[in-house]
Design a protein around this ligand. Structure first.
Ligand code: DP6
Length: 359
């Protein structure tokens, strides 16, 4: 694997002080990543819609320091010092320092905030890690001015992956593939790439309404869940299925077969949770209201000849997916029939987005 391409050869410019602010999105996987080997290499390829409204805004202030043998940073979340998030970020910097040796030259102050409510059960690691990665690449661009945009996106995704696998899919949009796959030209285990083929118009501006069914802390983290795939009786079959599903989905995204899309996406979501149910130790992240919502969606779809469907990530919240042409009707359906299943009736309206933005 060619990781040498991400080690800077020489830093041409001197920068004493710099500040960058990036807004990077969350994403929702259609074919799921669940199972990995070291260092953050996925067991199967995955693909996600990049979201638009669910994002993290991160500012990093860099100030040159004299002692260069240790990474030094402070972390603020929503204006408050957040020492409990520090170990995760410290581990991230440890993993990436080989590729960004310049971080040793600076004191860094990281200020981060999410657009979605705190502890909403929406994973912030994807948008959080990708935002830090983009700030680092902005500094790298100043130190090495001839970096191309293509290289910057690739390296940002490569770094973000080392923080959290799904974060590799939060740099670009509207659809990103991460993981080597024979049908996806240019795909890699090291970084995410934009889905390289023309997408059917039905998938443009696709909507995702996230129903906040349970906002509590998850009992089992994604990292623990991934590890449980190591001795999992169905692991090999699952990795094979996911790669086959990505082949099928690649065709569906190009030909616009919405019925097949619905079938594949819902099956992926339930298979992800089936892996949790059949791990040892086993666990359940869905809540009773997750199942209530799923049944309501199935009932509505059957009665209204609709293309609405759902997906789940590693939690109880339900992502309701539908084409923009059904927006008015589905928003009404959600208001009338689904919000009672959400904690404090909360939900977030989102749609497909185009990736990281420099602010
Ligand atoms: C169910 O990317 O959160 O959302 O690499 O350990 O940080 P780490 O895991 P993470 O796992 C995401 C799992 C998922 C599926 C997906 O996004 O593909």
């Amino acid at each position: 694997m060619n990781t040498v391409q991400f080690i800077p050869k020489s830093l041409e410019e001197k920068v004493e002080k710099a500040t960058y602010t990036w807004q990077t999105p969350s994403n929702i996987a259609l074919v799921k990543y669940w199972g990995k080997s070291n260092p953050q290499i996925p067991k199967n390829a995955s693909i996600s819609f990049t979201l638009n409204n669910c994002n993290t805004i991160t500012t990093i202030d860099f100030e040159k320091k004299s002692n260069t043998n240790k990474v030094s940073f402070e972390l603020f979340f929503e204006g408050k010092k957040k020492d409990d998030f520090k170990p995760k970020i410290a581990e991230f910097f440890k993993r990436i320092v080989k590729y960004c040796p310049y971080i040793l030259d600076y004191d860094m102050v990281i200020n981060s905030e999410n657009s979605f409510p705190h502890s909403s059960g929406i994973a912030s690691s994807a948008s959080g890690m990708s935002a830090i990665a983009m700030c680092l690449l902005s500094l790298e661009k100043e130190l090495i001015p001839n970096l191309t945009e293509e290289y910057i996106n690739k390296k940002a995704s490569f770094l973000a992956r080392l923080g959290s696998g799904s974060a590799s899919r939060s740099i670009e949009g509207p659809l990103v593939v991460w993981g080597e796959h024979p049908d996806i030209i240019g795909s890699s285990n090291l970084f995410g790439i934009k889905f390289p083929y023309k997408i059917h118009s039905i998938f443009e501006n696709y909507c995702d309404t996230i129903l906040l069914v349970d906002k509590g802390e998850k009992q089992v983290s994604s990292t623990v869940g991934h590890n449980l795939m190591h001795n999992h009786p169905y692991a090999e079959q699952r990795f094979k299925q996911a790669n086959e599903n990505l082949s099928k989905l690649s065709n569906i995204l190009q030909n616009g077969d919405i019925k097949e899309f619905v079938n594949l996406v819902e099956s992926e979501a339930l298979t992800l949770h089936a892996m949790m149910l059949t791990s040892n130790p086993y666990f359940i992240l869905m809540k009773p209201n997750t199942l209530e919502v799923i049944n309501k969606i199935w009932e509505y779809r059957a009665q209204n000849n609709s293309s609405v469907c759902f997906t789940l990530d590693a939690g109880a919240n339900v992502h309701v997916l539908y084409p923009a042409s059904e927006k008015t009707k589905i928003e009404l359906f959600i208001k009338n029939s689904l919000i009672d299943y959400c904690q404090k009736n909360q939900y977030i309206c989102d749609n497909v987005g185009f990736g990281a933005k420099l602010l």
